[in-house]
Design a protein around this ligand. Structure first.
Ligand code: GLP
Length: 632
């Protein structure tokens, strides 16, 4: 853990290896206060948050209750917010969330629990919000306020534009917030448009505030809130004016903070090879000069005088880093046979490798590494793909209806009861109902067929593809997945069966509660259990990244260029995932579709290499090498 206050940060931050380590310190502060107040016969008032971020904290509080005899009888709680229009019973209501994640497992008396009423009538909502504020004051004010942060920078549901004096009120949700919640509600159209939230002013009144953030996807907004000028465009930045606030972050969420991203600007860094590469490539992009054209003056004028003094002169340093980056580029992702491989990212031997690609859901594989997959196959490697989850939760009903209609018209006889059940359920289904098993299975089949069609384009046949349906996904909902031994016992034997020389996997540093984050943690544990296997010594793990999130240049260990033809084949493969296309086509928005996103990202990486002065390719897919247990 690091306590940091430097000239870049306007809010104190604490950075931990992972969310589990991070929450122990907050849990301790809360527990100590509860105990201290109990010994004086007094109450503690907690402000609580929802979302996936506080889940590990609630688990730890439950542990204190069940294992360390801590009673919560003197705790009064006020939740930040609730969706407007959702009843307490709705599976996505914050009432239900809090019940499941905390209240059902500790002994807080019911009348000491407060959550805004999502079903408050339009005529009374103003008064209800005022009463909520009064109840907080009456309870003595909030002692400790727990917060997460949304990607718009919101706290509670205080979206950009909220003012520092705002109090509990009804608000309209930002379109990005709605997008982020779409998976929980099985589609954007089901996400409520309004919410009731405590105001920024209400939050600022708390005596102590902890804001938690985990995973790469929060890094950008955390940096803005912590380092940029206070502004209502990032509501969390208002916390700069709070005198007792700490941001509790894991490494990934902190990764955009200046002292971590550009450590040479924040003091005297230890010049590791990765940091040197980062500094030089960054200098090249900053000055708009290819690496080989950088001169001493560029280093001196941009805070890198100690680097060029220690490792210079510049032309030597430039050549070294240029070569290092050059050596990451290969058209042979499985290793080039019969050549000296000392400067290549992969080993030459064995010439033909067993390759395993793990994808958390169908689509992530082809969208991040479709070009590499095709190359591995065409270069003769034995490529297998395992989809860790079925991905059924991400299939919109309209796709299921389409399939059922088709089957209905074919009049498949005898009519399968499975189809009948799914059909009957869909006719009756209300907006927020959870799918019955038959419909989930049908949706899983839709994704399975899309994945098979997609892989066929990459040259991978049905016999090499496995759909694992890990139970954490089948039994869970978005943001509420629980890994158990059952998950591990399904994955480890599959890896063992293949005994791969190469594994490609994603989810490293992803938000820990996301499907990719969970899938990676199942993988990590499975690999740990296989470490003693003799073939493991010859198994290299390559990390790929999903979405539009590429590795930084200095993190890349292998860069695989794709020609224009290869890129269009990849697009074609991604395009097969029909259920994942947007439901309302818009020709202007192609870049938001999975194939458009992949293309933009791969071309951007190629452009970056070009700007650094390396060869100019059409597109590039990137990977980082990972050793089990190693933080990258
Ligand atoms: C919602 C909640 C916020 C929460 C945010 C982030 O918008 N109203 O309180 O901080 O989601 O959610 P997560 O923690 O799942 O990333």
């Amino acid at each position: 853990m690091k306590h940091v206050t430097n000239s870049f940060e306007r809010i104190p931050t604490e950075v931990y290896k992972n969310s589990l380590e991070a929450i122990t310190s907050i849990a301790k502060v809360i527990v100590d206060l509860i105990r201290e107040r109990q010994s004086n016969g007094k109450n503690v008032v907690l402000g609580l948050a929802t979302g996936s971020t506080p889940v590990p904290l609630y688990k730890e509080l439950i542990r204190y209750h069940s294992e360390e005899d801590l009673s919560f009888h003197n705790v009064i709680t006020f939740n930040l917010d609730e969706y407007y229009g959702l009843s307490k019973e709705h599976p996505e209501s914050y009432h239900r969330f809090m019940q499941d994640q905390l209240f059902d497992h500790v002994d807080i008396p019911d009348d000491q629990i407060h959550i805004p009423n999502g079903m408050s009538q339009k005529q009374t909502v103003f008064q209800d919000c005022k009463d909520y504020e009064d109840a907080i004051v009456e309870a003595g004010g909030i002692d400790i306020q727990i917060l997460g942060i949304g990607r718009t920078g919101h706290i509670g549901f205080n979206e950009p534009g909220s003012t520092i004096n705002s109090r509990t009120r009804r608000v309209t949700l930002d379109s990005l917030t709605i997008k982020d919640a779409a998976r929980d509600f099985l589609g954007e159209m089901n996400v409520p448009k309004y919410a009731i939230t405590m105001g920024i002013g209400t939050i600022m009144d708390a005596r102590k505030v902890f804001l938690m953030a985990w995973g790469q996807s929060k890094a950008e907004v955390v940096k803005k809130a912590v380092e940029e000028e206070l502004s209502d465009t990032i509501p969390a930045s208002f916390l700069q004016q709070h005198d007792n606030v700490t941001f509790i972050l894991d490494n990934a969420a902190a990764s955009e903070l200046t002292y971590l991203k550009f450590p040479w600007l924040a003091g005297f860094p230890e010049w590791t090879p990765e940091l040197v590469c980062k500094a030089v490539s960054n200098l090249s992009l900053l000055t708009g000069k290819p690496i080989l054209k950088l001169i001493d003056k560029d280093y001196l004028e941009n805070g890198l005088s100690d680097l060029v003094t220690e490792l210079g002169p510049s032309y030597q340093l430039n050549i070294r880093i240029f070569n290092e980056i050059q050596h990451t580029i290969t058209g042979w992702p499985g290793g080039k046979p019969n050549v000296d491989d000392s400067h290549r990212p992969e080993r030459a031997e064995p010439a033909l490798k067993r390759v395993l690609v793990l994808s958390p859901e169908p689509l992530e594989d082809v969208s991040a590494m479709g070009g590499t997959l095709s190359r591995l196959v065409s270069q003769g490697h034995d490529v297998s793909v395992i989809y860790m989850t079925s991905g059924n939760l991400a299939v919109p009903d309209i796709e299921a209806r389409w399939t059922l209609n088709l089957l209905g018209q074919l009049k498949v006889e005898p009519v399968n009861s499975f189809i009948e059940d799914a059909n009957a359920f869909l006719i009756e289904k209300c907006e927020f109902d959870e799918d019955i098993q038959a419909l989930r299975e049908l949706k899983a089949l839709i994704r399975r067929n899309e994945a098979l069609a997609s892989l066929e384009i990459c040259g991978i046949g049905k016999g090499k593809v496995k759909f694992l349906h890990l139970p954490f996904y089948e039994k869970g909902r978005y943001r509420r997945f629980n890994i158990t031994q059952e998950d591990l016992s399904l994955l480890a034997p599959e890896i063992k069966k293949i005994q791969p020389h190469q594994i490609f996997v994603t989810g490293y540093k992803s938000e820990p509660s996301s499907v990719e984050g969970k899938a990676f943690s199942v993988f990590e544990k499975a690999i740990e259990s296989l470490l003693d296997e003799s073939w493991m010594k010859d198994c290299w793990v390559w990390l790929y990244r999903g979405g539009d999130n590429e590795w930084n240049i200095s993190e890349i260990d292998m860069a695989v260029p794709c020609s224009p033809d290869e890129l269009s084949r990849k697009n074609h493969a991604v395009y097969q995932h029909r259920s994942q296309r947007s439901q309302t086509p818009n020709i202007e928005q192609n870049h938001l579709e999975a194939w458009g996103q992949a293309m933009v990202r791969n071309r951007k990486t190629a452009k970056l290499y070009d700007e650094l002065g390396l060869a100019e390719y059409e597109s590039i897919e990137c990977f980082a090498r990972w050793q089990p247990g190693q933080a990258k």
